[in-house]
Design a protein around this ligand. Structure first.
Ligand code: AQP
Length: 331
C-alpha cells in the first residue's frame, strides 16, 4: 500500500481553506493509502503562542480531524511531539540545509519584507523540520495546498542530497496539489490566501464559526461589477474564489455547470447558494465535532496513532544516525 503524510499546524482555529485544500483530501485518501496525519505542534511555536489557547487549538484540531471523517482505524493521527524522532531528525535535516535555501522560503521572506521584528530561529529553520516530518515515513505523496508546495520541493532536494551523500536513506516524495481548491482566498481580499492569522476575521470562515456568522461572511464577500458568474481568477478573483468553494464542497462540480446555473442571475442569488453549501458542510462537521468532544475518541486516536508512527519513525532515525556515523557501534 502506498503511503501518504500530511499535517496541519493549529496556530489558530482551522478554516475552510484548511478543509478544502487539505483535510477533505486526507479523508478521501485514507481508504487507498496508508495515511499519516499529524498535528504539527512544534511548528506552532515558531510564532508566539498563548499556552492555554494553544492547548485548546490542538485538541480542537484532533477533534476536527475526526469530525471531518478521518478514521483512526485507517489513518495514523498523532501529535508531532508524541513521536520524538521528529525533533531529532529535524535537527539533522537543519544541519544539511543551506542558509540560501532557507532564505528563499516565502514565509520567512515575507515576514522579513514586511519589516516584522523578533522573528524566531524556529521560524527560519522550520522548513528543515518539515522535511524531517515527511522523510521519517518514506511517503509516496504529500497532499498539500499550493502554499506548501515549496516546502515539499525543499524536502525532495534534501532527500536527494542525503541519499547522494550517505547512500539511499529516503524515498523522494511527490507533492499532491488538487486542481481545484488548492488556494482558497480571503473573502474580504481575494488577492490574499484565506489564513488563520486573518486580522480582520471577515475574510476567513472557521470550521467552528457560528452558522449565521459564516453566512454573513459569504454574503459580504468582495466581488466585482462584471455582473456574471464566470470562472476567471485573474479578472474576477472574488467570484472565482466563491466558485472554487462551491465546487469543492459539492463533489468537485465543474465550473461550467455552476456558470450555467447562475447565468442571468444576480450575485445575491449566487452568494446565497454558496452560503448554503458552506453552512451545510459546517453544520455536519460541527455536529460530529460535539460528539467527538463528548467521547473518549481523541485520546484513544492519539495514543494508537503515536504508537504506530513511533515504530516507523524510530527505525528511520536510527538508520539515518548510523549512516551519518553518529552512533558508536559496540564491538
Ligand atoms: N487558503 C488555503 N487554501 C487551500 N489550502 C490551504 N491550506 C492552508 N490554507 C489554505 C492548507 O492546509 C494545510 C495545513 O496548513 P497549515 O495550517 O499547517 O499552514 P498554513 O498554510 O500556513 O495555514 P494558514 O492558515 O495560512 O496559517 P497561518 O496563518 O498560521 O500561517 C496545508 O496543506 C496548507 O497548504
Amino acid at each position: 500500500m502506498k503511503r501518504m503524510l500530511s499535517g496541519i499546524k493549529p496556530t489558530g482555529q482551522l478554516h475552510l481553506g484548511n478543509y478544502i485544500g487539505a483535510l477533505r483530501h486526507f479523508v478521501e485518501y485514507q481508504d487507498e493509502y496508508e495515511m499519516f496525519a499529524f498535528i504539527a505542534n512544534l511548528h506552532c511555536i515558531t510564532v508566539p503562542q498563548d499556552p492555554k489557547e494553544l492547548q485548546k487549538n490542538l485538541r480542537d484540531c484532533v477533534a476536527l480531524y475526526l469530525a471531518c471523517g478521518l478514521d483512526p482505524a485507517k489513518a495514523n493521527i498523532f501529535l508531532q511531539t508524541d513521536v520524538r524522532a521528529h525533533a531529532q531528525l529535524g535537527y539533522i535535516m537543519c544541519c544539511h540545509t543551506y542558509m540560501g535555501e532557507l532564505n528563499r522560503m516565502t514565509q520567512f521572506k515575507d515576514k522579513m519584507a514586511k519589516g516584522e521584528t523578533n522573528l524566531s530561529g524556529g521560524l527560519y529553520t522550520y522548513p528543515s523540520l518539515m522535511a524531517a516530518d515527511i522523510l521519517l515515513y518514506d511517503p509516496d505523496y504529500v497532499p498539500v495546498g499550493e502554499d506548501q508546495k515549496q516546502h515539499v520541493e525543499l524536502t525532495r532536494d534534501l532527500a536527494i542530497r542525503m541519499n547522494n551523500r550517505y547512500g539511499t536513506l529516503f524515498k523522494v516524495p511527490e507533492p499532491l496539489v488538487a486542481k481545484v481548491g488548492a488556494r482558497i482566498m480571503s473573502l474580504s481580499d481575494p488577492s490574499r490566501k484565506m489564513s488563520k492569522s486573518d486580522e480582520t476575521n471577515k475574510g476567513c470562515i472557521y470550521l467552528l464559526d457560528d452558522l449565521k456568522a459564516a453566512r454573513k461572511k459569504v454574503m459580504s464577500a468582495v466581488t466585482d461589477n462584471c455582473a456574471r458568474v464566470h470562472f476567471d481568477p485573474v479578472s474576477q478573483p472574488g467570484i472565482s474564489n466563491l466558485m472554487q468553494i462551491m465546487s469543492s464542497l459539492s463533489d468537485d462540480r465543474p465550473m461550467g455547470d455552476i456558470e450555467a446555473e447562475f447565468e442571468g442571475k444576480g450575485y445575491g442569488d449566487f452568494k446565497r447558494s454558496v452560503a448554503d453549501c458552506v453552512c451545510g458542510t459546517l453544520e455536519k462537521i460541527q455536529t460530529r465535532y460535539q460528539e467527538v468532544l463528548d467521547s473518549g475518541e481523541i485520546d484513544a486516536a492519539l495514543e494508537s496513532g503515536a504508537a504506530r508512527a513511533s515504530v516507523i519513525a524510530d527505525e528511520k532515525l536510527a538508520a539515518v544516525q548510523k549512516a551519518i556515523g553518529m552512533e558508536i557501534i559496540l564491538k
